[in-house]
Design a protein around this ligand. Structure first.
Ligand code: SAM
Length: 292
């Protein structure tokens, strides 16, 4: 039996063998604790008929554990220097395919069609590069990929914002965007000591389970997200002030915005952070005719 990649000793051995130096700009903090990796993979609830997509395999620490539990793993890695290393470390796992690509530019939809023909379900599982956490998550959700969900490590602070409830200081347009597509839960808080090198921020693992249907009905998704972002533009301002300053010709259309707020049953003196996703849906539906 070979040794797991995710131990401090084996990781050092691999890095030394290839003379690899971490690139901070690519968010390279590798996991060196097999126990934590196993707990992450547990949350993905994979079966031997599952597919897994990984973003940023690094030297293969998480990839290896995914390969043991899923039928097939496809991993997107941006850093060319890691490709020969992965070929070496993952050689015991023929069910892994590494794609050299920036995941933000990749056609993930097409890759899924090609690579996961036979699998019953597909999960995204990743220890995300922290400099692009939000764009990666939003890309995966907005493209409506046929995935069951996402289990990922990220900055704790971003995890808190994603799973935040109305009325809290963490609640904002990111919470609403993610909760529109998924049920979001923080499932683990992770100490810095399980990474090499250790990151400056605290980390958490979140699980996002895709809704079959969005929890609210909106006339136009793009406009709904525009209204939510506008409502949080300045957190201390009232919803009326944010909407008049952010929506196109908002100042001239103040009376229409006030009418829409009344119609949606939202008092104009409230702040965006107090509105539920249902209230944002009613509000954007009421505003829609005035802006189209
Ligand atoms: N999965 C490994 C682990 O847990 O040890 C490495 C995780 S490390 C936090 C993030 C990885 O994502 C690095 O390997 C980095 O090179 C890669 N990466 C950074 N930006 C990327 C991007 N835009 N597309 C694909 N991979 C990226």
């Amino acid at each position: 039996m070979h040794k797991d990649i995710a131990t401090p000793m084996r990781t050092k051995e691999i890095l030394d063998k290839y003379g690899f130096s971490f690139k901070k700009s690519l968010g390279q903090n590798f996991l060196i604790d097999t126990n934590i990796l196993n707990r992450i993979v547990d949350h993905a609830e994979l079966t031997d008929h599952s597919g897994a997509i990984e973003i940023g395999p690094g030297i293969g620490a998480l990839t290896e554990q995914l390969a043991k539990r899923a039928e097939k793993v496809v991993a997107f890695e941006i850093d060319q220097r890691l490709l020969p290393i992965l070929e070496d470390t993952l050689s015991p796992y023929p069910n892994v395919k590494v794609i050299h690509s920036d995941v933000l530019k990749a056609d993930v939809q097409a890759v899924m069609k090609q690579e996961f023909e036979k699998q019953e379900d597909v999960m995204v599982v990743a220890n995300l590069p922290y400099y692009v956490t939000t764009p990666i998550l939003m890309k995966l959700l907005e493209e409506r990929l046929p995935i069951r969900g996402i289990v990922c490590m990220l900055q704790k602070e971003v995890g808190d914002r994603i799973s935040a409830k109305p009325g809290t200081k963490e609640y904002g347009s990111l919470s609403i965007a993610v909760q529109y597509y998924t049920k979001a839960e923080t499932v683990m808080i992770v100490p810095k000591t399980v990474f090499m090198p250790q990151p400056n921020v605290d980390s958490a693992v979140i699980r996002l389970t895709l809704h079959d249907e969005p929890p609210v009905k909106v006339k136009d998704e793009k406009f709904f997200f525009h209204v939510t972002r506008s409502s949080f533009a300045q957190r201390r301002k009232t919803i009326l002030n944010n909407l008049t300053s952010q929506l196109p010709d908002g100042k001239q259309k103040k009376e229409s915005i006030q009418a829409a707020l009344r119609q949606a049953g939202v008092e104009e003196s409230r702040r965006g952070e107090t509105l539920t996703i249902e209230e944002f849906a009613q509000l954007s539906n009421a505003l829609y005719p005035y802006f189209h």
